[in-house]
Write a new protein. Structure first.
Length: 151
């Protein structure tokens, strides 16, 4: 079972405290993060994903600091920000396989997982099309598929 613990997590930008001493414990399940614009939701998520270093406190995964876990932590993580990066000239298949390789999935497992996820989000039929031809909704579904590459 995965346990993600935020201990006294905070982020300060000069005079502005964006996230102030957050203590949370996540175990298996589905969680929602609600708040007004500018409340610090994205900043909190970026710290959880180790994209942004906290000013104080730490994020622990199964009792270990995420900075120390490095690639092991990233291999467990699925993240879909509001705006995510993709290569418009890649096909959906190539994009998924590229991200699978960054997450160190073995090639055969990556092929299987990419096929399964593209089918799940309704893009298997468009897997060989360039992403630049996709609608906004199709791009969002591709983002969901890439976020699910890890378990």
């Amino acid at each position: 079972m995965l346990e993600l613990k935020l201990e006294g997590l905070g982020k300060r930008y000069k005079e502005k405290m964006a996230v102030d001493h957050v203590n949370l414990l996540f175990t298996n399940g589905i969680y929602g993060l609600l708040g007004a614009n500018g409340a610090g939701k994205t900043t909190l998520l970026r710290m959880i994903c180790n994209i942004l270093r906290p000013s104080e406190g730490e994020v622990l995964c199964n009792g270990s600091g995420i900075q120390k876990l490095g690639g092991d932590y990233r291999s467990m993580l699925g993240y879909l920000p509001q705006e995510f990066g993709y290569y418009p000239d890649f096909t959906a298949w190539r994009y998924m396989m590229y991200l699978a390789s960054l997450k160190a999935l073995p090639k055969e497992m990556a092929r299987e997982k990419c096929r399964e996820l593209l089918e799940l989000v309704g893009l298997l039929g468009e897997a060989k099309q360039k992403i630049k031809t996709f609608s906004g909704g199709m791009i969002r579904r591709l983002g969901i598929a890439q976020a699910l590459l890890n378990d």
